[in-house]
Design a protein around this ligand. Structure first.
Ligand code: UDP
Ligand code: MG
Length: 364
């Protein structure tokens, strides 16, 4: 069954258990929204059209406002006021896409959870197909982008290079083009819930869980409106998270390269000594000396930086802060009502102490 206990007793609270009665399946849809006021209405209309065509399932939608600076939260609350299936959570500031997805997953109560972007680049029309593959017995159904309309060559090339690199470096395999548009079963959601690291690369973590996976190809449309929030800087940050969280290859590389350079240095020294003794030749060699010391210095700095990255992660995990802080908690799922007294309040499902609904601002 999809909700077999998977997480060891060391895990804190488990996410809300599926409560859809009468054998009906509940499906949660989780979407992070950051400054999406322009598209969110459109996205929701499209989503609703698709799920209304699947009357055999119950749905809930968890929309997470990632500290938007525009009127996204108001738009989300308006949507929630019209449709009881919608639950809105809002962060006190921008915590980033992966954390927003995580919060949505924490609150999701469904037998299956679908994560998708709210800018219509992940077509809701694919949802029936994702559900079909899940019902066939796959715990992970990943939508894989074939081609994105209106995406720059740079983004295409960098995305391809990124998947090549991460797949070469780490033990888990992430299919190229698999963005965070996927369906996961309850037990994968539980496994994810037990992984509370702060630097998150959900695609990798889902692959790491090891459950059976099906791939569904799709063509991504251009953004419906607004612009990409993934700046070059954020993309580089995400790539670094993915590499450093999923592989220690860079550190091993440091040792190997260091060893190689040292051996080459000794060989070069020996060669020059022999030459000097045998032929009396004195190398002018100033330029090459500088060059070698620069290369060495550079390599050392790079690898010290990399080691620092791992160390910084240890430090951040050690602090044990909550991953996110809410300024608005999602409403209880409607199906929860009778069990509400026994179930943990939704907002407390973070690793650390319960999060107050409103956190006083402090200067830093
Ligand atoms: N997003 C978010 N927090 C961020 C950046 C993005 O919640 O800090 C959301 C955004 O609203 C969208 C999804 O993550 O639903 C993907 O972002 P975007 O479309 O900007 O990325 P791209 O599709 O260009 O990779
Ligand atoms: Mg997008």
């Amino acid at each position: 069954m999809s909700n077999a206990p998977l997480v060891t007793s060391a895990a804190p609270l488990t996410p809300a258990d599926p409560v859809s009665g009468g054998g009906r399946r509940l499906i949660s849809i989780v979407s992070p929204c950051y400054n999406e006021a322009e598209v969110i209405g459109l996205f929701f209309e499209e989503l609703r059209r698709v799920i209304d065509g699947l009357p055999e399932y119950d749905f809930e939608m968890i929309l997470v406002d990632d500290g938007s600076a525009d009127r996204t939260l108001e738009a989300l609350n308006r949507i929630a006021a019209r449709d009881r299936r919608v639950r809105v959570a809002s962060f006190s500031r921008n915590f980033g896409h992966q954390i927003a997805l995580t919060a949505g997953l924490d609150f999701a109560a469904g037998d299956a959870v679908i994560t998708m972007d709210s800018d219509l680049q992940h077509p809701p029309s694919l949802i029936p197909e994702l559900i079909r593959c899940w019902r066939e017995g796959h715990d992970i159904v990943a939508a894989v982008r074939e081609d994105t309309e209106g995406v720059s060559i740079f983004k295409r090339v960098s995305s391809r290079a990124f998947y090549r690199l991460i797949n070469a470096l780490s033990a888990v395999h992430i299919p190229e083009g698999a963005a965070d548009f996927c369906l996961i079963s309850r037990r994968v959601a539980r496994a994810l819930y037990s992984m509370r690291e702060r630097h998150r690369f959900l695609r990798g973590m889902i692959a790491w869980s090891g459950f059976s996976r099906a791939l569904v190809p799709y063509r991504a449309a251009a953004r419906a409106a607004g612009e990409s929030k993934y700046t070059l800087f954020k993309m580089m940050g995400m790539a670094l998270d993915a590499i450093v969280s999923f592989s220690t290859a860079p550190i091993r590389l440091a040792t190997r390269v260091g060893f190689l350079i040292t051996v080459l240095g000794f060989v070069y020294l020996a060669w020059n000594l022999i030459k000097a003794f045998v032929t009396g030749w004195r190398a002018p060699g100033w330029a090459s000396l500088i060059a070698v010391s620069m290369v060495m210095g550079g390599a050392q700095l790079i690898f010290i930086g990399l080691i620092g990255q791992y160390l910084a992660r240890v430090f951040e995990e050690l602090k044990g802060r909550p991953m996110y802080i809410l300024k608005q908690e999602p409403a209880m799922p409607q199906h929860f009502a009778p069990a509400a007294e026994t179930a943990p309040p939704a907002g407390t499902r973070t690793t650390s102490p319960p999060v107050p609904a409103v956190v006083p601002s402090r200067s830093s």
